[in-house]
Design a protein around this ligand. Sequence first.
Ligand code: IVH
Length: 673
Amino acid sequence: MELSPEAAASRIDALIREITEHDYRYYVLAQPILSDSEYDRLVAELRALEEQFPDLRRPDSPTQRVGGTITKDFPVALHRRPMLSLDNAYTFEELREFEQRLRRLMPQAIFSYIAQLKIDGVAVSLHYEKGVLVQGITRGDGIQGDDITPNLRTVRGLPLRLRGHAPDYVEVRGEVYMLRSDFHRLNEERSELGEPPFMNPRNATAGSLKLQDSREVARRRLRFFAYFAEAEGLPDSDWAVMDQLRLWGFPVVETSGVFSLPDVERFIIDWEKRKETLPYDIDGIVVKVDSRALRSQLGSTAKAPRWSIAYKYQPEQATTILRAITYQVGRTGYITPVAELEPVKLAGTTVKRASLYNYDEIRRLQLHIPDAVVIEKSGDIIPKVIRVVPERRPPTAKPAVPPDTCPECGSALIQPEGEVGRYCPNYKHCPPQVIGRLEHFVSRRAMNIQSLGEKILRRLYEEGLVRCFSDLYALTTDRLSSLRGFAEKMPVKIVQNIQASKQTPYPRVLYALGIRHVGETVAQKLAEAFPSIDTLRNASEADIASVYTIGEVIAKSVYAYLHDEENWSEIEKLRAAGLRFSLDFSPSKSDLPLAGKKFLITGTFQDIPRDRLIAYIEEHGGTYASGISKNLDYLVVGEEPGKAKLDKAAQLGITLLSLQELEAMVNHPIRET
Ligand code: IVH
């Protein structure tokens, strides 16, 4: 259906409002009324309209959330009013002194307070004109910060336009943060890519907000809590302002009622117990005078407002003895020092080890063995060593000297310029690196050879059967059956899975190689720009670096990898084994035979594992649904199908397919390799 530009503009406006409303239900009320796929459909309709009418693309459109802007240097922006910090209190005594100070300053006034969780994130200031987000700035030095608007547009729950009626101009301040679960996922991903981990969610948030590629920022799943607003016509009570913020569509930081100081103290005690149950980190409670008129009379010092104080929770700490430091070698050779401790109770668990992150940390802390060290645990983060207790250092203690050679293979370690960590350069033969690389190669998002778990891979490595990727494709059931301790059907299953993996599309093969700095997104980008491994190999470093969002570090790594003789001969072997090293085999997604269709499987399919069938559907453009709903297009039915699924499908009028019918749609049999 062809829309006139006017009709398109009004549909776009309606869609933006509707999506904004659903964001509000999801992020503020936590009462979504749409399923993810229904929501995605609205966004997809909007995106399609914007592609058709690029002039109608608006800065407050939810399609902006996925990012796509690259910023080399963020422009500096002045704050309209300084972004101050807060004075701290560590005891209730200090809180009462705070109230005494207020009383001395304004003896006539009656003070009541609000108390709020103090989110351990990164403060930003947001500017809305006529209800639309126009600028977002970091705190910086409090007077001026970086304008990181494109990155902030990707932050989940941060409204791009305000709901309801908004004054011409609104400033909102709040905290960008990362859920602990997203933080852990990010660190796992980084360790897979051979990048050093972030120390905590706050550092990860700060690092993410400074990224040049807003698409990458979007992938970091940052979130937002508002705690401050300034605009014409706001009520005097800040408690009521928090309500207004919610109505505008902001997730607001957990706030108490309007309290007297003893109530505030109870709030603080209560949250000290409950804070571990939150999905994000807090480091205290912010106490604020509720009345905004009183606030402006109290004013601020150069550093902090007089009307507020932050009560800081002491992170749980313990003192123990550092017995040794061990060094773990990861897949990319990155060495992580680990403190081996005399076991000690901390925050309800017994701690025996603590992360030291990198070599600089050992030097910074001036660790000796054995030293008495203070360890700390905040949130569910791995405990870390905070400092040594020098008074308790025995005279015989020896400074911890990070090794210059790899603890696993003895190679001399290297420290790339500008990096704080060291790497074992024996990429090819250092055992944990080889095994780690094999694990990555077979992992679900790479070649997806699921029957090869870590244990089996290690065994195959130790037996000398598998030392490189191509060895996998030479494995036979006979050879595997000769190993002791394998379940009967295991060898057949393994070989089948390995053979099936040859269908893996080129971008995933490229990702599977485990080239340093080449994650899934980069692999996809590289494959789009260089549609075969040969064109990629013939490209210069500069050619590679010129690809949108790739950059020099990645280009160097890719170039060096492909121009290493041993790597290249390995790729040749894989190609000879039948792996896909060009896009020819995988036409663009929308051309694929199952594009846009949703599938579900029920029952079994003889020798074809379920994972393989799902991968087959996805390779040919289909999506695999999580359950039966009216959105499902096909239910693929095997032997002994689930009765409940069949009944539901019949009820909803969903088309049933046999495996043969599915293969006919794809026009490519699943068993053929
Ligand atoms: S109010 C002028 N409320 O803590 C007062 N700050 O240590 C502005 N923070 O820079 C701060 N949660 O980044 C306020 N509920 C909250 C907060 C909060 C976290 C951060 C904020 C501030 C820092 C001060």
